[in-house]
Design a binder for this molecule. Structure first.
Ligand code: F6P
Length: 327
């Protein structure tokens, strides 16, 4: 496909994240502002295969900046993982006269975008929309801040009952294979510790916790656990405690999908709005196969290959801060 983009396709894919609607609004309005038509594609890449597409005007994105979820719906599309599926998707783009795509999602979304862009020479720009914050090259993804806030409000409530009963709580948070949500929510909620997959191969974090005398002066404790086979999850750790340290009165809370819902925070609305405008600017600037990121409060461009392949390191200094503050 050549440049001189007249019409873009816009979709959300993978797990939804608060702020996706703010991003949809921003991309739509910024495109129209630049005389580019916008075709909204429903249910992620699936809509590109089934042709579930509707042209958007500015009013289609009114009153959505404050809404959680995604008005475009989302899906993880198995068919798009096949060359046959991607061929149909490309035919739909040609039929609909879509010259370029803006895709909002995470790792899986950009993996699909990268292959599709290569195979069919399609300009694609990605916006990082995932609560996990696990994309390399951006300080924050759209949805991460809101999910953190949801987690700390839940932890505050659990702390009341943990204190009353003098119990140890393992609270499991999402993050897929990454510990960003766990580590940051532990800090922000005043938890005693965070157990994250990034460290588990180096040390036995549960043993470390016991050895450090994590209860110290307190009778109750909150430990945030990142979901992951590597950490064993909250249930896995509770089972170990039951066997190895039966003296503790342990309970488990798995926060689950509550973390993905709710009205986006101001920060998520702001970065989604800035990133949406930056996506259209990037297309006008003949960029392709990049994710828009934010580093030190400045917009950056990250090639898809880097965003999805490079491991984003957790800031292990935060673990030290957590330990100092939990005395
Ligand atoms: O990637 C976002 C995420 O919420 C992860 O934190 C979690 O592991 C996964 O999606 C859950 O996916 P699903 O909603 O398909 O169960």
């Amino acid at each position: 496909m050549t440049y001189g983009i007249k019409c873009i396709g816009l979709l959300t894919s993978g797990g939804d994240a608060p702020g996706m609607n703010a991003a949809i609004r921003s991309v739509t309005r910024s495109a129209i502002f630049n005389n580019i038509r916008v075709k909204a594609i429903y249910r992620g890449y699936k809509g590109l295969i089934t042709g579930e597409i509707k042209e958007f005007q500015t009013q289609n994105v009114s009153n959505i900046i404050q809404q959680g979820g995604t008005i475009l719906k989302t899906a993880r599309c198995e068919e798009f993982k096949t060359i046959e599926g991607r061929k149909i998707a490309y035919q739909t783009m040609v039929k609909e006269e879509i010259d370029a795509l803006v895709v909002i999602g995470g790792d899986g979304t950009f993996t699909g975008a990268r292959i599709f862009a290569q195979e069919f020479n399609v300009p694609i720009i990605g916006l990082p929309g995932t609560i996990d914050n696990d994309l390399y090259g951006t300080d924050s993804t759209i949805g991460f801040d809101t999910a953190l806030n949801t987690i700390i409000h839940a932890v505050d409530k659990i702390r009341d009952t943990a204190t009353s009963h003098e119990r140890l709580f393992f609270i499991e948070v999402m993050g897929r294979d990454a510990g960003f949500l766990a580590l940051n929510s532990a800090l922000a909620s005043g938890a005693e510790a965070a157990i994250i997959p990034e460290r588990e191969t180096k040390v036995d974090q549960l043993e470390e916790l016991i050895k450090n005398g994590f209860r110290k002066s307190k009778n109750s404790s909150i430990v945030i656990v990142a979901e992951s086979e590597i950490t064993g999850g909250a249930n896995g750790l509770a089972a170990r405690m039951h066997k190895e340290h039966p003296e503790y009165d342990v309970r488990v809370t798995i926060l689950g999908h509550i973390q993905r819902g709710g009205s986006p925070s101001a920060y998520d609305r702001i970065i989604a709005s800035r990133m949406g405008v930056a996506a259209i600017d990037a297309l006008l600037d003949e960029q392709r196969s990049i994710m828009i990121g934010i580093v030190n409060n400045e917009i950056v461009h990250v090639p898809f290959t880097k965003a999805i392949k490079d491991d984003k390191p957790v800031n292990e200094n935060l673990l030290g801060v957590l330990q100092i503050l939990s005395i």
